[in-house]
Design a binder for this molecule. Structure first.
Ligand code: HEC
Length: 115
């Protein structure tokens, strides 16, 4: 945010970080999804939960390319994953939280367009 123009001194930054992490920190971490032997990628999800919870991930509906871009961004922000792990996780999330899920979800929420 400082890079984007927020005018905050280093001392103020420390104060803000302390305040935000105390108030909105990960004091109640989301449960780590059960590890499935058939889904080696599931074990990698724990690495996403060091900074934020699972809902932020579950609410996305992205294609494989979209997940790859999103996870690459997280790696840029500090997530520790190898290139192969990024690929594995992108495939896993695009199966679980891919664009098709949006259609299913809409079908459950909205009335059908035709009788
Ligand atoms: C080093 C900390 C960190 C790690 C590790 C991390 N993220 Fe994030 N992530 C963030 C921050 C910061 C945001 C933006 C702020 C917010 O909305 O909480 C964010 C936001 C997101 C969003 C919301 C959309 C967006 O781009 O803002 C998604 C989806 C997401 N992360 C997925 C992941 C996944 C998947 C992983 C594991 C591969 C992961 N994150 C690991 C820091 C992290």
């Amino acid at each position: 945010m400082i890079g984007w123009g927020a005018s905050v001194t280093p001392a103020e930054k420390d104060e803000i970080v302390n305040y935000l992490s105390a108030r909105f920190g990960v004091n109640d971490p989301a449960p780590v999804p059960a590890t499935d032997a058939n889904e080696p990628a599931a074990a990698l999800v724990a690495r996403c939960l060091t900074c934020h919870g699972l809902p932020l991930i579950e609410e996305q509906r992205l294609s494989l390319a979209g997940w790859k871009r999103e996870i690459d961004k997280m790696v840029g922000w500090g997530a520790t994953l190898t290139e192969a792990e990024v690929q594995l996780l992108s495939e896993y999330f695009s199966r679980r939280f891919g664009p098709a899920a949006t259609v299913t979800q809409r079908a459950n929420v909205l009335p059908p367009l035709h009788d």
